[in-house]
Ligand binder design. Structure first.
Ligand code: ASN
Ligand code: ZN
Length: 320
């Protein structure tokens, strides 16, 4: 209502004034549209103090550092997909998006720390710079979306669902950025992130879980595609990055059965479940699956979408 708008305008006004004071008129960026992203990229300069030195803010020209610009673009692409789903940033209220690059030395990972994105450069032997894959950027940001919505716990099946929805969002951002249909997409997560020394193409494959790499150092990709191969382990928070292969593959099967752009119908159904308020923090695969069936029906009726959702879960051995 009007009261809320006034509050927001007030906040924007205050922020603007503070920026002017701190940075001076010369450093101020071109004002971003009120409904656009508000991105800031920092350089941790190979240290672990966050966020580090501010290097690029919203609307500012490209930095000299390609890593900074890839992070900036990846945040923007993810924000755009959320906008397509009618959501303003990850909290639904225009939350500014912060990212730090060059975190630590030879750091072979990227993560959402509860408040911002953090990217390592990789060690150059196994992993390259983690900003090279837009799906990895979107994956980490999607952890923020999950935190603000279903808040799935990070252990066992709810943890694997948490990981899987991040992979789904990640892949959808990549597909949308490249203008690819479900049939054209590679369905890989983190393609281009492994050095040429590693026998592998990516971190994970939603199309063929378990086949992303098979390497002397890394071992074989441990992901299952169906419940028959479900991995019981205490490692990796109960296999959150392992068993995510099962819901990942279900999404792949749904999207390719429907055809066209995966972020439209298949993605919308998953997004509806994640943000719809009915997904419990401790949801298992079965309860998530049943909610996707209900979400397909709620949005598209008892048609091919609901049918395809049922079939996809059945193919990976999850009972609906
Ligand atoms: N990159 C990892 C992830 O987002 C970090 C972690 O293990 N939480 O899943
Ligand atoms: Zn993750």
């Amino acid at each position: 209502g009007p009261a809320r708008r006034t509050l927001q305008a007030d906040a924007a006004h205050r922020t603007g004034r503070r920026l002017t004071t701190v940075l001076g008129a010369a450093a101020r960026a071109v004002a971003a549209p009120a409904d656009g992203p508000r991105r800031t990229v920092y350089d941790a300069q190979n240290g672990t103090v966050l966020p580090g030195t501010r290097v690029r803010g919203e609307g500012e020209e490209a930095a000299r550092d390609a890593t900074v610009n890839r992070a900036y673009a990846g945040l923007g692409a993810t924000f755009e997909l959320l906008t397509a789903y009618g959501r303003s940033s990850i909290d639904g209220a225009g939350l500014p998006l912060d990212a730090s690059v060059h975190y630590d030395e030879k750091y072979g990972n990227a993560f959402w720390n509860g408040e911002q994105m953090v990217f390592g450069d990789g060690d150059g032997e196994i992993f390259l710079d983690f900003t090279v894959a837009v799906d990895v950027i979107a994956h980490e940001l999607a952890h923020g979306l999950t935190q603000y919505t279903a808040n799935l716990s990070y252990f066992g099946q709810p943890g694997a669902l948490n990981e899987s929805v991040s992979d789904v969002l990640g892949s959808l951002v990549k597909q949308r950025t490249l203008g690819q249909s479900a049939d054209e997409a590679d369905w890989l997560i983190g393609a281009g992130l492994l050095t040429p020394r590693v026998e592998g193409v990516a971190l994970r494959s939603m199309k063929a879980p378990g086949t992303a790499y098979d390497d002397d150092v890394l071992g074989k990709d441990p992901q299952p595609a169906t419940m028959e191969e479900y991995v019981r382990t205490g490692r990796d928070n109960g296999g959150v990055h392992i068993n995510s292969g099962i819901p990942n593959h279900a999404f792949y099967l749904l999207a390719t059965r429907l055809g066209g752009r995966a972020w439209e119908r298949a993605g919308q159904i998953w997004f509806d479940v994640l943000t719809g308020g009915e997904l419990p923090v401790d949801a298992d695969f079965g309860s998530f699956a049943r909610l996707t069936v209900a979400a397909a029906k709620a949005r598209y009726g008892e048609g091919e979408e609901q049918e395809a959702v049922l079939k996809a879960w059945s193919q990976v051995g999850v009972k609906t």
